[in-house]
Design a protein around this ligand. Structure first.
Ligand code: MEV
Length: 325
């Protein structure tokens, strides 16, 4: 009787600091993990089914046999969990059914990477419950494969943030994943209230630069350069410099056509109120913006952002995936 073997793990959400879009094409980015977490409880069953409860994404009472994992229509909210389990099952064939219950501390609307965080939770929980002893890199690789199986596109930076936590210098596909030894960042986060889809935006950028590929390459190289400068500035705690680089990054993102009026207005309000710098964070088209603020200007910057959108309270540099006791 295998029942009652259960484990709960949690993984953090993420915020892109600098380097979005360029990182999809072989360039670096800087990403920080945020303290709003995704949780997954995994239990072994004495049947051969996947049972999934993911109320946050409106998946309740979802059930299918392990042999059917990845087959047929999969509800949007179940995709990442099911394909993660399929990838585990392909590599480490399961001998019993699995019940997975996910719960998020943050809305999947924010663009904090709820799909990647839930994927990482499932892989880590399965590693623990089956005693697979997967390393962080193995958890990253299996989770990133899952994301690519579903989305076809993406750099994996969000998966890395969920696995490793902290603040990372990251290059496409995990070619480099380097923790940056920095303290919590004085970062303020504003939510635009507009939901954006990453793959749509990646495709939009590509389509709008048809015939101007050289300029697109220049933009990506420019972004890569400022990410490398920002890494040095972060490590020497030169926040004025980081702020300048964020503004330059935002100018490139506007040229890519991924900013929207509401984000621009929130960014402008933050800078007017005294932020070191501000930019959108993630794919653009909506979701969130970030501002780096001197402590004494913090309330003014919050008020500025709130006059257009809504600030979200998050701490950066959060711990990576972990088992919850
Ligand atoms: C989306 O949050 C950031 C992108 O760079 C996509 C990715 O890196 O996977 C646009």
């Amino acid at each position: 009787m295998l029942q009652n073997k259960r484990i709960t793990v949690s993984a953090p959400g993420k915020l892109m600091l600098l380097g979005e879009h360029a990182v999809v094409y072989g360039h670096p980015c800087l990403v920080t993990a945020v303290d709003q977490r995704m949780r997954a409880t995994v239990e072994l069953l004495d049947n051969l089914n996947l049972e999934l409860e993911a109320e946050d994404v409106k998946v309740m009472g979802y059930k299918k046999t392990l042999s059917q994992l990845g087959v047929g229509d999969i509800p949007k909210g179940a995709k990442f969990v099911e394909i993660a389990l399929k990838n585990i099952n392909d590599k480490y064939p399961l001998k019993s059914g699995i019940k997975i219950t996910t719960k998020s501390e943050f809305s999947s609307q924010f663009g904090f990477g709820s799909s990647s965080a839930s994927t990482v939770c499932v892989v880590k929980a399965m590693s623990e419950i089956l005693n697979l002893n997967l390393s962080n890199k193995e958890i990253f690789d299996l989770s990133f494969k899952t994301v690519l199986d579903i989305q076809g596109k993406g750099s994996g930076f969000d998966v890395a943030a969920a696995v490793y936590g902290g603040t990372l210098y990251f290059v496409t596909g995990g070619e480099i994943i380097k923790p940056l030894n920095i303290n919590s960042l004085p970062l303020l986060v504003g939510y635009s209230g507009v939901k954006a889809d990453t793959v749509t935006l990646i495709n939009k950028v590509k389509a709008s630069f048809v015939g101007r590929e050289k300029r697109l390459e220049e933009i990506y190289s420019g972004i890569a350069m400022l990410v490398n400068d920002a890494k040095i500035a972060f490590l020497s705690n030169d926040l004025t410099k980081v702020g300048e680089l964020m503004d330059k990054n935002q100018a490139y993102l506007r040229e890519l056509g991924v900013s929207i009026d509401k984000l621009d207005c929130m960014i402008e309000a933050a800078i007017k109120a005294g932020a070191y710098g501000a930019k959108l964070s993630g794919a653009g088209g909506g979701d969130c913006m970030i501002a780096l603020s001197p402590e004494e200007k913090k309330q003014a910057v919050i008020n500025g952002i709130n006059s257009v959108g809504e600030t979200i309270n998050v701490r950066t540099n959060a711990e990576g995936v972990r088992v919850e006791l």
